[in-house]
Design a binder for this molecule. Structure first.
Ligand code: FE2
Length: 413
């Protein structure tokens, strides 16, 4: 069972950077955003024992790092994230050349994964090591501008396309890895692992992968072989780490031991397998599958929370992803109280309910195009409250956010 134990199996998350507004009693502060000597706090760190301590920390610091293992809290809930890692407070701040570069990277990466599939199916050994270079580029882009990369992923139509799935998982995984303060090298390994985690599906017959009806038990069994097949493909390359093979092997395991193929539990799973396990589920739920339409973000968050509560997936990693994405992530299709329908573009993290939007259907559901910043517009022309009322699924009213990509680029360039 431990033959292919990951090189990161024993990796522990030690520190998480938090805004002081997110501090809770029981958290153990191990680092500050200023020299300890400029504060009255003990240099070896300290536990927050009451709200008074939180108030004192707020007087000196904006961000602190907490030692997760030494903290006595059930969840680290992050509402306000560190600077440079999250949306700029001013909202749309992407440079046109930046997003064009990112879009080019997305296309190259998805094409690379698609090429791997084609080569394997034609009996050609792919140069899987190239995934490592692509992963490095993804890490660099995420570190430069994570909000833009998430924006890019969220805006795509999620149709179960293998290359796009791999890219989505890579970017969502890097988001969590970034929030966990993983090192650059760890992020590169995580990105490579996420990009290749589902490669084993290449050996599953297309008629099973694309089946629109209910799978038989035998077909389920065949699909489940993709974990081991993926591990073997990665190992056969001879150029990637055991950790990458381990993620392919273990990304369908559950913390409670009910997953497959080995029924591993909790600490038997590497942190990277847990991360990819969470993001793979989020992406699958919000993607169109042959046997069901895509589900909206609300539904995905609900399902993930349910899975976390039942100890199928890691609750803290789940919370990191869903908290970052917020209530209305970019690319969401929302209906306003005015009956107009819009695509969410971007939002200030402190005002997640008031994003910038592109209205694409008027109140009669006729096509239109109008940019609105809900932080600036609180009432409609009739003086009625102007806010988001519902979330719809991609494709509702014939709206696919990626069709507006050029227009959106122009608006933020
Ligand atoms: Fe999978």
């Amino acid at each position: 069972m431990t033959e292919y134990k990951s090189i990161i199996t024993n990796h522990k998350i030690e520190k998480v950077k938090l805004h002081v507004n997110d501090l809770q009693t029981g958290m153990y502060i191990c680092d500050l955003d200023r020299p300890w000597r400029e504060t009255p706090f003990p240099v070896l760190g300290f536990e927050i024992d009451n709200n008074q301590t939180i108030q004192e920390v707020m007087q000196y610091c904006q961000y602190v790092e907490i030692d997760v293992d030494r903290s006595r809290v059930e969840d680290v809930v992050i509402n306000q994230l560190p600077p440079g890692s999250i949306f700029n407070v001013n909202g749309s701040s992407f440079q046109l050349d930046e997003i064009e570069t990112a879009e080019s990277l997305r296309k190259q990466t998805t094409n690379l994964v698609n090429t791997f599939w084609d080569e394997i199916r034609y009996g050609i050994s792919p140069d899987i090591y190239l995934a490592k270079s692509a992963a490095q580029e993804c890490v660099a882009s995420m570190l430069r501008n994570p909000e833009m990369m998430i924006f890019l992923v969220q805006l795509q139509s999620k149709d179960g396309h293998r290359g796009q799935e791999a890219f989505n998982s890579c970017i969502y995984s890097l988001l969590i890895g970034h929030l966990l303060n993983l090192t650059h090298k760890q992020l590169q390994n995580l990105a490579t692992s996420a990009l290749l985690h589902d490669m084993g599906k290449v050996l599953i017959p297309e008629d099973i992968l694309n089946k629109t009806g209910k799978l038989t038990d035998e077909e389920h069994s065949i699909i489940r072989t993709h974990s081991q097949a993926g591990r073997e493909i990665i190992l056969s390359s001879g150029s990637l780490s055991l950790g990458t093979a381990d993620v392919a092997y273990a990304h369908h395991e559950n913390l409670d031991g009910t997953g497959y193929p080995r029924g591993l539990q909790g600490d038997q799973l590497s942190m990277f397998s847990k991360i990819v396990g969470v993001v793979d589920k989020y992406d699958a739920i919000t993607s169109t599958m042959p046997y069901r339409p895509a589900r909206d973000h609300f539904r995905a968050v609900y399902i993930l929370k349910y899975l976390a509560r039942d100890k199928k997936i890691d609750e803290r990693l789940c919370t990191m992803l869903t908290t970052y994405l917020g209530v209305y992530p970019p690319g969401s299709i929302v209906e306003l109280t005015s009956k107009e329908v819009a695509i969410v573009l971007n939002s200030d993290p402190s005002r997640r309910h008031q994003p910038q939007i592109l209205v694409v259907r008027d109140k009669h559901k006729e096509p239109c195009q109008r940019f609105v910043d809900l932080t600036e517009k609180s009432v409609d022309e009739n003086g009625d409250t102007y806010r988001i009322a519902y979330m719809h699924r991609t494709g509702d009213f014939g709206i696919y956010p990626n069709q507006y990509f050029t227009l959106i680029l122009q608006s933020i360039g």
